[in-house]
Design a protein around this ligand. Sequence first.
Ligand SMILES: [Zn+2]
Ligand SMILES: [Zn+2]
Length: 309
Amino acid sequence: MNGSPTLTIDSLPFSQPGRFYRGNLHGHSTNSDGLWTPAEYIRQYRQNGYDFVAITDHCMEHYGYTITDTREFRYDDFTTLIGAELHPWQIESGSPWHLLAVGLPLDFEILRAGDTGASVARRAMAAGAFLAATHPNWYAFTVTDFETLDAADAVECYNGAADAASDRGYSWHFIDMLLHRGHRVGAIAVDDVHASGDYSDFMRGWVHVKADTLTPEALLRALKAGHYYSSTGPQLHHVELLGREKVVVECSPAEQILLSGERAGALRISGWGLRGAEFDLSDVESRWLRVTVRDEAGQRAWTNPVWLG
Ligand SMILES: [Zn+2]
Ligand SMILES: [Zn+2]
């Protein structure tokens, strides 16, 4: 696979200039199957401590292939990225593709005759979008499906709607399989909010993006460069590789801090109210590493998988 972000240890967000902005990259309004109007969607996130959102309505025939225009909801302290969920036909399981494209131009051509997942993904990325494969665990999306793509920026490691509706929210197993096969992908946590079910898919998963300003352009650049981490609760304040010997982690109070790589065993520290950890890499053999922090409530924060070579 080509064109995915390098995601080396130097692409971790923590030493990049700027500050972290919290955002939800995936959700639906009344322009597809969501309950909230775009204005209500924005109001809910803006009032609850978010700095930006994308509204990514299903671009399907029966919703009129609409890309929701959120430009009127951009303020000094809150902004939006234009996005969509794209559904070319079809993945191995017989479902349509669910491709998340954030940073799309409003005049993006949704569907061309003969389109496949690969051709739509290629077009969205050529148009500048941050492209992610969504909720693999929810729709039985396979590694074979993924490998038909020639590029992708990320895969959803957590999807709030899939968790709330089907107990299929977590997809780290899928990402680990991609990593073992050498695919360099980022990991995003999202709500996929619909606000329409008998379950809550609001404020369950989000990203913290490190950018120098709160503008759509700066956020998109940072996403494409891998300058973000994902969370369902805890915060990562700092993660750094010192020399090639030690990984240092600083975080909000945690019960467990883990460093995972290709082997089954993770390096880990457990305790009450942990605020950080240091991991010695001298016995670690892995092409890539990722850090997980788990808090008392069982919520997690994750770095992107970063490659050492
Ligand atoms: Zn979907
Ligand atoms: Zn969705």
